[in-house]
Design a protein around this ligand. Structure first.
Ligand SMILES: [Zn+2]
Length: 53
């Protein structure tokens, strides 16, 4: 399953699309959930909208 040169990938928790490792995530790849800032923003906005405490 491991090929030389292949970057690790994850599936975006918001849009469900797979995305590949990027250098800007080198430090916190383990905690990255979304493919982009936009998805992260939309996901947290959605959560805020839904979560009426
Ligand atoms: Zn996404």
């Amino acid at each position: 399953m491991r090929r030389k040169g292949d970057l690790p990938t994850k599936v975006c928790a918001h849009c469900g699309k797979p995305f590949a490792w990027r250098k800007k995530w080198a430090r916190d790849w383990d905690t990255v959930l979304y493919c982009s800032d936009r998805c992260r923003r939309e996901a947290s906005a959605e959560r805020a909208r839904r979560g009426r405490a």
